[in-house]
Design a protein around this ligand. Structure first.
Ligand code: THU
Length: 135
């Protein structure tokens, strides 16, 4: 699975976004260490708080199917479905990633059809609170 292909799958996943309140369509494509891809989209709610981001949809789909090891995730999003590169994972999604991924887990932030930034989870969530801290 190339980075470009994973980004294309994230763009494709935007199609199922349920976002009548923000009009921001977001898609994510999560690659497991075994090579399988789980996609997700943002799902909003009239009560706002239950809204879930594309990244967490992808993670929770994968985890509920028994997946435990993750390689990287691509995230694509934009107002009215126009991808701009503005959709970096929110703080809650970063915390969910830190529960299941190592600090070198890669996040591809899609900026356009053939353009993306690549960052590591440790860049997005340094000095994180993890399961080791609870023991
Ligand atoms: N959103 C995501 O799905 N992922 C992100 O990385 C940031 C924000 C969604 C949540 C909400 O439906 C909309 O984008 C506007 O915040």
């Amino acid at each position: 699975m190339t980075d470009s292909k994973l980004c294309a799958l994230a763009i494709k996943a935007m199609e199922n976004s349920y976002s009548p309140y923000s009009s921001c369509k977001v898609g994510a494509a999560l690659l497991t260490k075994s090579g399988k891809v789980y996609t997700g989209c943002n799902i909003e709610n009239a009560s706002f708080t239950p809204t879930v981001c594309a990244e967490r949809t992808a993670f929770f789909k994968a985890i509920s199917e028994g997946e435990k090891e993750f390689e990287k995730i691509a995230v694509a999003g934009g107002k009215d479905g126009v991808v701009t590169g503005a959709f970096s994972p929110c703080g809650v999604c970063r915390q969910v990633m830190s529960e299941f991924c190592s600090p070198d887990f890669e996040i591809l932030i899609v900026k356009g059809e053939e353009s993306f930034d690549k960052v590591k989870l440790s860049d997005l969530l340094p000095y994180s609170f993890k399961k080791e801290n609870v023991k």
